[in-house]
Design a protein around this ligand. Sequence first.
Ligand code: AMP
Length: 441
Amino acid sequence: MTFEELNIIPPILKALAQENYTSPTPIQEQAIPPVLAGRDLLGCAQTGTGKTAAFAVPILQLLSKGQGSKPGKRPIRSLILTPTRELAIQIQDNLEAYGRHTSLRSCVIFGGVSQKPQEAALKQGVDILVATPGRLIDLMNQGFIDLQHLQIFVLDEADRMLDMGFIHDVKRIVAKIPSKKQTLLFSATMPPEIAQMVKTILVNPVKVEITPVSSTVDKINQSLYFVDKENKQKQLIHLLEDKSIASVLVFTRTKHGADRVVRDLSRAGISAQAIHGNKSQNARQSALGNFKSGATRVLVATDIAARGIDIDELSHVINFNLPNIPETYVHRIGRTGRAGLSGTAISFCDIEEKPYLKDIEKVIGKTIPVVTDHPYPMMITTKPAEPVVKSRQPSRPSRNKPGSAQPKQAKPASKPAGSSGGKAGSPSRPSANRAKVRGKS
Ligand code: AMP
């Protein structure tokens, strides 16, 4: 399946190609067509599945098609409500990236920072508003936001909204937006309150569920090495001294991490190549070709880059970093042991990854056997004060304060928020490499 086959319009196709998205993820494949057809959607999927593009791409497409040249301030036609500042910024980044060749404008608002730049951005007029609930209500109450012309409403991470005590704010917002609109609701889990909300706000929704297959896990020979972060490279090289490991797929958390592993393995005389989003399509194809032909023994990949890889007879997967989403672990190791072959999955776990291990073992329903006899046993057994690996779960603010401001973890931004429109104030997103969505009001 390609994005062309999903009938994505050329300006967005061009932007997706620039992002190095070669094919849609399963949730994109399933969600984009019904959303483009105007249907309500219930998406059961976690962050990391490509869910943002699953709603952002069709929204950009629908809105750019319906974009009139009416004079006056452009109305907000889509609202994306998300629980945390981090998610809001990430969604805005993605909208800017995917919409860079359209003339749509988007803007992000969240609490914990001055509202002035946000007011200024809103005054310029935006097509798509990304918001956290508390700040949205504040600005609505002050008359800066008019949602009368809303056509598409996205409720992102609904279950987390509930966890964080925002459900009443969400209900207040829903009560103020037009009842005739298209609604897309995403939630990784379906607690009763959310199931109830689904019934009341979605009309005949298409349900898209991205569930991991955990049954394959049982066939795979799993093992775990507790090893300090600093020693992971050495541990990997040590394991690869075993020549019976003919070809192995190594997963790292980041693109830089993947490059680093390749460099160190190459220095140790082990042929390795990386595939990740920063590599060109040609470079990725060639790395994959070399791996399949056996010319390269080790392929190092990030999760998304590995997604499209079709390798049938993979015997070994090594998790250089444990993923923070347990289902990702299941997907990774599920790449071995296919078609009746035996598979081996080896994982390295440092002190900061121990909480992930707990989550993984809960999901797979068993304890991964630990290898204790190895040259680099874990020496660091207390967590550093500032963990380098960010946990996905935010700290829980008080549930007793519906209507209160933003989540506790939404610390003041180093810079104020802004819109992506050319004149609408200076944007504040951390990823300055994104092109801006340009547009005229
Ligand atoms: P999300 O679940 O939306 O947070 O996406 C997870 C990561 O996957 C983000 O870094 C996206 O940029 C990336 N991503 C989303 N869709 C694709 C795709 N079709 N191909 C490659 N990367 C993607």
